[in-house]
Design a protein around this ligand. Structure first.
Ligand code: 5AD
Ligand code: SF4
Length: 447
């Protein structure tokens, strides 16, 4: 039985896809790269913006034809769109066999077996499994490293979000915050290190509020968790994402002072530089508070690379509001930024906010922001010229010919030449010779 999986969206979905593949491989499925050869197809969907949802629906729609020629093909939709749409998805697309939300994926082998059985009966019934149980516990699940990177991995530390930023669909799609126990997280991380993993990224929608849902008597804070994982022998690099500024604690800033394997990179989504818009977004911080955090982080870690997420064109964002975002970006000088045009995501509250700004204006703002960010990223990357940096090798670059790529702790890709053959995860020292917009170039330094 061949299994094909297509994953949209964030790293949470990537990790869920790994889990689904591993579970189904244990049940006898073989992962294949060609959808035409598949006996089962999983589409792991994302609903963060309208475009992501359309992409998932368009792939699912195109499977109707394949199913007509291959009636025993199992088609499963998973992820955030599946969770949110539930039965609606089946009424739109009757060729789908299973609609499963993020909490249901652990049951996939049994569900696939049930479908196989019902296919041999006269009528096969599609199933929708989208519970949102606030008592849900992410089961312990030790990864194998059969697919993907052998040197760096994600470990999910929590699911869901309680913040209800007014534009965001995540609290609806992923439910309320559920933290995994520190013991499960540390066990998964040590298991990965035993398998040879060198770098771990702790994952959650809002890692800074890790543990808030736990019994106050036995609660572990995110800073404490970070320290526990950082202390695991053999862990070369530690990262985490994503942080809501409103929950960033001084204790977390202190981690950058004394955890040698914590990478000097912080992704701190701003969303908007305007106090008016931040308040209408329900972000619970203002620009002065955000700038204070940046100051505190830079005091704790002077060479910290800071990246962000920005939404332009939030309902009724004025020219002045947008200018506030541009001014703040000039002040922080982010190393890189992901920027998006606001997208209506019902039932998120902002869908009901009046919006008199045209799409044309929103597109112009995005272009202005992105153009300036490109210039700043280039300047930032050029500031590294002359520095000696440790890289973790990612692999040989596509062009081959002794060209290798590594990653700096600041998260940039650094290309360098070498006649040595490396294994991903090896560490090399380079001297930076060139700073480009999205990458750096360096020369190997003999150690
Ligand atoms: N429209 C546009 N961008 C959004 N994001 C989240 N929701 C929306 C939306 N409705 C962006 C935010 C978030 C990133 C993951 O996606 O910037 O940080
Ligand atoms: Fe969405 Fe806000 Fe939660 Fe991030 S913190 S997932 S933007 S609701």
């Amino acid at each position: 039985m061949n299994l094909y999986i297509e994953t949209f969206g964030c790293q949470m979905n990537d990790r869920d896809s790994e889990i689904m593949v591993q579970l189904l491989e244990q049940a006898g499925y073989l992962l294949c790269q060609d959808i035409a050869n598949a006996d089962a197809i999983i589409v792991n969907t994302c609903s963060i913006r309208g475009k992501a949802e359309q992409k998932a629906y368009s792939l699912l729609g195109s499977l109707r034809r394949i199913k007509e020629n291959h009636p025993t093909l199992i088609i499963a939709a998973t992820g955030c769109v599946a969770q949110q749409e539930g039965k609606k998805m089946l009424s739109r697309m009757g060729h789908i066999d299973l609609v499963i939300g993020p909490q249901g994926i652990y049951d996939l082998p049994r569900l696939f077996a049930d479908i196989r059985q019902s296919q041999s009966a006269t009528s096969s019934a599609s199933q929708v499994i989208t519970p949102q149980d606030s008592q849900f516990h992410i089961p312990p699940f030790l990864p194998d490293l059969k697919h993907g990177n052998g040197h760096k991995r994600f470990v999910t530390i929590m699911q869901g979000c309680n913040n209800f930023c007014t534009y965001c669909i995540v609290p609806f799609a992923r439910g309320r915050e559920v933290s995994r126990s520190k013991e499960d997280i540390v066990a998964e991380a040590s298991h990965l290190i035993d398998l040879g993993v060198k770098e771990i990224t702790l994952l959650g929608q809002n890692v800074n509020s890790y543990g808030n849902d736990q019994d106050p008597e036995q609660r572990t804070t995110f800073a404490e968790l970070l320290r526990a994982v950082a202390a695991l022998p053999g862990l070369v690099r530690l990262r985490f994402t994503t942080s809501n500024p409103k929950d960033l604690s001084p204790a977390l800033m202190d981690c950058f002072k004394d955890l040698p394997n914590l990478c000097h990179h912080f992704h701190l989504p701003l969303q908007s530089g305007s106090d008016t818009i931040l308040s209408r977004m329900n972000r619970k911080y203002d620009r002065a508070g955000y700038l204070n955090l940046v100051k505190g982080l830079r005091q704790a870690c002077p060479d910290l690379a800071i990246t962000t997420d920005i939404i332009v064109g939030f309902p009724d964002e004025s020219d002045d509001n947008f200018q506030d975002t541009m001014d703040l970006m000039e002040e922080v000088r982010y190393n890189a930024a992901f920027s998006f045009i606001y997208s209506n995501r019902p039932p998120a509250r902002s869908c009901d906010f009046p919006d008199t700004i045209s799409l044309e204006v929103k597109k112009q703002r995005l272009a202005i922001f992105q153009q300036r960010q490109k210039e700043i990223s280039l300047e930032r990357n050029q500031e590294y010229i002359g520095q000696i940096m440790e890289l973790m090798v990612e692999g040989e670059s596509k062009s081959g010919h002794g060209q290798w790529s590594g990653r700096a702790q600041y998260n940039q890709i650094v290309n360098f030449n070498s006649t040595t053959t490396y294994t991903p995860g090896d560490l090399v020292q380079v001297k930076i010779t060139e700073g480009l917009q999205n990458s750096l170039r360096g020369e190997l330094v003999e150690s």
